[in-house]
Design a protein around this ligand. Structure first.
Ligand code: ADP
Ligand code: MG
Ligand code: ZN
Length: 601
């Protein structure tokens, strides 16, 4: 029905959205939807999924329903589209009833072509009936992994969407998600598309993100040195608990950093305000639990730091995916320590999922530990998890400074012996105490000073022993038995090490001073030739953003401002040639931005 050739699509892209080129996968997916085929697109956060469905929705003659799980996500998209001069409707619980009624009328009367809805609103019988009369050609299900019990964020509301295909057999269904392993993908296709839908997996490789893992032992000093090298940039620090976010934000404040705490225990006003500050500011640190992030679309986040272990590789990828959306260089740091691994195991163990679910969760955790412990390229480790092929990145900590692995069989055997001699009943702390010849009450009570391994590793620092144990766990030579309060137990592989049938190669553990190296970034972001002008342009953007109470990036992204500062466009056609400037933004912003450009250059 709505056929355009590639050049017509490109012209529409520029005119409606202000972008010069489609990103990886976008055109293919748009074509597929325009052809009336059901699709499931798996693309990472920030890859540009919204455009894949907004574009066909805008250019089609039919009406489109976009289903989204969060009010914040809808509000962001509605605001973003409005900035580009595209009016759409949204009905959700974040708006007053009258406003919802008005939005619905606009849509029903054809004044808008797109309606954003939450799944529970869509599936109300009255709504379904009303929609039957309206020629809906396309249903978009965003964050589609929520439909699957295999996925990380199952939502019962989403499961109701399984009826869509039968209720609207002639409409196209397009589902989007950043996180779906094989099982989840199949589940989505089965439920939403009766098993018939094309799957696209695109764009997981994010060469502009550099991946780094640091030992937890040196957390606060390392953190300061990372932040020091990111002054004047914005970033997120993820913590496991609400209390951690408060402590850390306060402590960073004392050290002269602009940091705010964010978690689900804060009031809605506080959270909205914190988000807005973060979105409009040029340099700010958000210290948050995972409650922060969904719907956050700030393109110039320069770093994401995990102060604690994330819950899975999917979650980790999604969280780091918030960095560097503008394509510029961004860094990620994960602090990794054994306590967190144990905490995660404990959470899974105590959780109320079924046994199968728990096994799955342990597997996910193992994959994550594997990522932390790998001595090879971290990008390879990450992408192989998502089934996307990749080359060695040359940009992660392991690529930049390949860790030396040594034969650690002797100390590994000593640890295994200690676990065996004490009956596989004890946790890490006690095992280390025995090996180092400590004089604790527990050692006294159990008479463990009589064990052959007592004090045999007294020359090893605690941190080294911890690291070796961590690596033994990662190599599946030891497992932590949670039913026995974290007792370390020896696996088949462990036995084979203990009996000298194989060697244990590991990273000898040292606490190293953190240097900030300059990596050879594969895709250098645009050089800044005119920092003064750029600063003035950013100030103007901030002023406009504040006046409109909008996030700064909805005005222009950093990347667009950098191009402006470098190319100093003076005429309308030069201004329009900047990537990120479309017709609407030309009309609105040409005058004020060019005024600054003229006065500063
Ligand atoms: P996702 O939903 O996949 O996480 P979004 O759709 O929110 O990602 O897009 C992320 C960012 O990329 C947004 O700022 C968006 O405007 C931008 N973007 C999308 N497509 C393009 C494109 N073709 N060129 C430049 N920027 C784009
Ligand atoms: Mg999205
Ligand atoms: Zn690498």
């Amino acid at each position: 029905m709505d056929n355009y050739d590639d050049s017509a699509l490109s012209a529409l892209l520029k005119n409606q959205f202000g972008y010069d080129d489609f990103r990886a996968g976008q055109l293919e997916i748009i074509r597929e939807i325009q052809g009336g085929n059901d699709v499931l697109a798996v693309m990472p956060t920030g890859a540009g999924k919204s455009l894949c469905y907004q574009f066909p929705a805008i250019t089609a003659s039919y009406k489109t329903i976009i289903i989204s799980p969060l009010v914040a996500l809808m509000e962001n998209q509605v605001a973003g589209l409005a900035e580009n001069g595209i009016k759409v409707s949204a009905v959700h619980s974040g708006q007053a009833r009258e406003q919802n009624v008005e939005q619905w009328r606009d849509f029903a009367a054809g004044r808008t072509k797109i309606l954003y809805l939450s799944p529970e609103r869509l599936m109300q019988p009255r709504m379904l009936k009303a929609l039957q009369g309206l020629q809906i050609g396309l249903f978009v299900v965003d964050e589609a992994h929520c439909i699957s019990k295999w996925g990380a964020d199952f939502r019962p509301d989403y499961e109701e969407l399984s009826q869509l295909k039968s209720l609207f057999p002639h409409a196209t269904i397009a589902a989007f998600t950043a996180t779906a392993d094989q099982g989840t993908r199949q589940d989505i296709i089965k439920k939403l598309m009766h098993g018939r839908g094309a799957v696209f997996v695109k764009g997981f490789d994010r060469p502009n993100l550099s991946l780094n893992v640091y030992p937890m032992e040196n957390f606060r000093p390392s953190l300061l040195s990372i932040l020091e090298s990111h002054r004047n940039a914005s970033g997120i620090i993820y913590c496991l608990s609400r209390a951690n976010t408060e402590d850390l934000a306060a402590w960073l404040g004392e050290h002269g950093f602009a940091a705010i705490a964010y978690h689900a225990g804060k009031s809605p006003e506080y959270r909205r305000d914190a988000q807005n500050q973060f979105m409009t500011a040029d340099s700010m640190i958000m210290v948050a639990t995972i409650a922060f992030g969904m719907g956050i679309d700030k393109p110039d986040i320069r770093f994401v730091i995990h102060a604690n272990l994330p819950s899975s590789i999917e979650a980790f990828y999604q969280e780091i995916g918030r960095a560097g959306r503008d394509g510029g260089e961004a860094k990620t740091f994960l602090f990794y320590g054994l306590n967190d691994v144990m905490k995660r195991q404990r959470m899974i163990f105590d959780g109320d999922g079924t046994q199968n679910h728990k096994i799955l969760e342990y597997k996910r955790l193992e994959a994550l530990i594997g990522y932390c412990e790998t001595t090879a390229c971290r990008r390879l480790a990450l992408l192989s998890y998502f089934d996307e092929d990749a080359e060695i990145c040359g940009n992660c900590d392991n690529c930049l400074a390949p860790p030396e692995v040594e034969d650690c069989s002797e100390i590994a055997k000593l640890i295994l012996a200690c676990i065996a001699e004490s009956g596989q009943f004890f946790g890490i702390t006690h095992i280390i105490d025995v090996l180092r010849g400590a004089n604790t009450a527990k050692i006294g009570e159990r008479e463990h000073y009589n064990l052959a391994c007592y004090a045999q590793a007294k020359t090893y620092p605690k941190s080294t022993l911890k690291s070796i144990i961590r690596q033994l766990i990662a190599h599946n030579a030891i497992k932590v038995n949670l039913a026995k309060y974290g007792a370390l137990q020896i696996t088949e592989k462990g036995k084979s090490l203990a009996e000298d049938r194989e060697k244990f190669m590991a990273k000898p553990y040292k606490i190293e001073p953190i240097e900030t190296k300059t990596p050879p970034t594969p895709q250098q972001p645009e050089q800044i030739q005119n920092p003064e002008l750029l600063k003035a342009l950013k100030q103007l953007r901030l002023k406009i953003a504040r006046e409109r109470n909008k996030p700064a990036f909805t005005i222009f992204s950093d990347k667009t401002l950098i191009q402006m500062a470098n190319q100093t466009p003076k005429t309308k056609s030069e201004f329009l040639a900047i990537n990120g400037v479309g017709q609407q933004k030309l009309d609105e912003f040409f005058e004020c931005f060019v005024e600054i450009i003229n006065s500063e250059s």
